[in-house]
Design a protein around this ligand. Structure first.
Ligand SMILES: [Ca+2]
Length: 491
């Protein structure tokens, strides 16, 4: 299965050797940090309207940077959303619209991001960047699929979602223990809520250490937090602080299911804010702030307990609340301070944009769906979105398309998002021409990318491991049987 690895490793070593000496002391290319929160809602942080969660570091990040108010992920759930970020492509294009037998990848899943895909990390690594991934991966846990197989020189984190552990409430999924990995080795186990509550700090500290160690060369840090995905827990100091007044506990409790859950949700969001502060402070202290582009966003819309602000729907849905994310871009001296941009942008734009800024080459042998949005981020006057149409996929189903202010659902509704961000007034009857044009766009996507049973003409294969097994043995089972992929175990 690891068909491309030896050649690619060799190729990247050769490239590194060729480039590094030339660039050494006068490398003017920016560093990149992507802070990717799990399941956070559009209205959960102060720069996007939260009055309950105290997020001073994100507030300052917005004051020193740019708010992106129409920034989308390419799927309302974890695995496909991450596939889009790493490849610059719609998940369905790279075969990861869903896991082998579920919405997302499960432990020991035979599927993963194809090793032949050219990830953002690989492109930057080949251009001489130090690359580190600290947090939740969720693009495959088999050899060949892990972060260190996909362009990251180092990895510390959990290979999939933090609720994929033996304490999951759905007992028809017999999960193995949740591994904490360093590179390709299981280093520990996240075995209780207290351990869950430490993950934000652990990933943050690993990222900060990596930044310190690589301050002399360009780096790419990918910090995909396990927070604020269920089960929620935070460090004691954040839990205690979250008990303080300033929140409508009745409303928050209703949103979360209980007051205790509401406290944990608030604590997690505020601890994520702490994490952002640690990263930005480190960059300032090392005098790298004017050399580093930091992007903060979430992998999909808010899950239960989170606040999606004015948006309709939530995680898992093709409404704005499932796929439009609270996004900040920060690069003092380059990105205009205290600005906002309302143009349509997506996580698929990150690969072409970073590649351009890093003076790296985009692969020419394949389709990439994202565009270079550097002109928008750098505040070029009159810059407009290069995305003429954005497609909302749920699994492999094409649900809607946005073009300009219009969002049209395959089911027939039309919304004007600039006048009606909450998707409350279907105006399809008043805009026949727009509807006709949007239908044509949907049809183009069906031909190109596919829709349900209909296969797209330009899709690429998912990675498939021939003999998948879980990283850790399942409790209560013995021998090789204990390593059976979760979805193959029939209770
Ligand atoms: Ca998620």
């Amino acid at each position: 299965m690891i068909m491309f690895r030896p050649l690619m490793v060799l190729a990247s070593l050769v490239t590194l050797g060729a480039i590094s000496p030339v660039r050494s002391s006068v490398d003017s290319r920016p560093n990149f940090v992507v802070i990717f929160i799990d399941d956070m809602g559009y209205g959960d942080i102060e720069p996007f309207g939260s009055t309950e969660n105290r997020t001073p570091h994100l507030r300052r990040m917005a004051e020193e940077g740019m708010r992106l108010t129409s920034f989308y992920v390419a799927s309302p759930v974890c695995t496909p959303s991450r596939a889009a970020l790493m490849t610059g492509c719609y998940p369905i294009r790279v075969g990861l619209a869903y896991g082998s037998d579920h919405l997302v990848l499960f432990p020991g899943d035979s599927h993963g991001l194809h090793p032949g895909e050219r990830t953002l990390a690989e492109l930057l690594q080949e251009a001489g960047y130090a690359t580190g991934c600290f947090g939740k991966w969720h693009l495959g846990d088999q050899p060949g699929f892990l972060p260190t197989d996909q362009g990251f020189e180092t990895y510390f984190g959990i290979p999939y979602s933090n609720d994929m552990w033996p304490h999951h409430p759905n007992k028809s999924w017999p999960f193995p223990p949740l591994p904490l990995m360093r590179d390709t080795t299981v280093e520990g186990v996240v075995d209780d809520l207290e351990a869950q509550g430490k993950l934000c700090q652990q990933f943050t500290e690993a990222a900060v250490q990596f930044i310190r160690e690589n301050r002399e060369r360009p780096f790419f840090v990918y910090l995909p937090h396990a927070f604020v995905h269920h089960p929620r827990h935070a460090r004691d100091s954040f839990l205690r602080k979250a008990e303080e007044p300033g929140i409508d506990w009745e409303a928050a409790g209703e949103r979360s299911g209980s007051r205790e859950e509401a406290v944990k949700t608030r604590a997690q969001i505020e601890e994520v804010d702490w994490s952002v502060g640690e990263v930005l402070e480190t960059l300032r202290a090392l005098k790298l702030d004017r050399k580093t582009l930091v992007l903060f966003t979430s992998d999909n819309g808010g899950a239960r307990g989170c606040d999606n602000g004015p948006l309709r729907g939530r995680k898992g849905t093709p409404f704005e609340g499932g796929m439009r994310e609270p996004t900040l871009a920060w690069w003092p001296g380059s990105i205009p301070a205290g600005s906002a941009n309302h143009e349509m942008m997506t996580t698929m734009d990150i690969l072409p944009t970073f590649t351009r800024l890093a003076e790296a080459e985009l692969p020419e042998d394949r389709m990439i769906d994202g565009f270079n949005i550097a002109p928008l981020l750098l505040g070029s006057p009159h810059a407009t979105s290069p995305t003429k149409a954005f497609y909302y996929y749920q699994r492999d189903q094409l649900k809607a398309v946005r073009s300009g202010p219009w969002k049209y659902f395959a089911s027939g509704e039309l919304y004007h998002l600039e006048k009606d961000i909450g998707e409350t007034r279907d105006v399809a009857n008043q805009h026949g021409q727009v509807v006709a044009q949007m239908k044509r766009r949907l049809e183009r996507a069906r031909v190109d990318l596919g829709d349900g049973q209909r296969k797209g003409a330009n899709t690429r294969p998912v990675g498939i491991a021939r003999h998948p097994r879980t990283l850790l043995p399942r409790p209560g089972a013995t021998g090789e049987e204990a390593f059976t992929p979760t979805l193959l175990v029939r209770p």
